[in-house]
Write a protein that binds this ligand. Sequence first.
Ligand code: SAM
Length: 269
Amino acid sequence: MRFDVITLFPELIEPYLTVGVTRRAFASGAVQVRLWPLRDFAEGPYRRVDDRPFGGGPGMVMLAEPLHRCWQAVRADRGLAACRVPGAPVDVPTVLFSPAGERLSHTVVSRYAQPGGAGAILVCGRYEGVDQRFIDACVDEQISLGDFVLSGGEIAAVALLDAVARLQPGVLGDQASAEQDSFNPALDGLLDCPHYTRPEVWEGPGGAMSVPSVLLSGHHAQIEAWRRAQRVQITAQRRPDLLAQARAQGRLRPSDEQLLRELGYNREL
Ligand code: SAM
């Protein structure tokens, strides 16, 4: 799959493509990323990419024209028509990062992570945002990183690329790793359980702290049952919405329900 990122600051994104476990996905081409410096598509001696907002107010707004020129260049590079017929099916989605978008989640990431998928054209906003006419003409989806305002869409782009990359087959050292993570349907969308490593007893600031003994037992079924119980309990405590979703989808087991009753969580979670 291929992601084209339209940005004023490609240097913010570039380093993330070469470090950590996800670099394998980018280096192998499982997830191709091309960075498109927006200023290269601006005209005039100052290569302007922004201007003052009509109607007054603070800040600057990204010009539609350089964005459109860059977007057309990306599409041409992908062998796609420079213009899309209004109402025609989306060939490659154009995604704008924006606080007004759909919240980035495992579901959204999975949509873009399907091996063999088309990927997307990612547009990173800056300043007060993007001229609405570019959004109306070219953007298919908007994605938000959360209910806060960033200075630009680059961090959101890196978040999406990283999350997509780690879901690609062979990228994580252990194939099952991504499936053991929070939100994954393989774990019924629950949060992850706690993890421990050596030493068995750690002299913490408040005294000796031991690893739960079941994890040292070598009894795989009991370890799995403990981890499941931890996932259910932590999800009930921290994200009751996820637990309710798992229940609505029929993903909670009788043993989970039993545990929740014992812990005093009612069925209205
Ligand atoms: N005036 C905008 C507003 O209040 O919604 C904020 C603009 S912000 C300073 C500049 C750019 O950062 C946005 O165009 C968007 O691309 C990106 N951005 C800011 N917050 C974001 C978020 N929560 N999720 C995704 N992108 C965000």
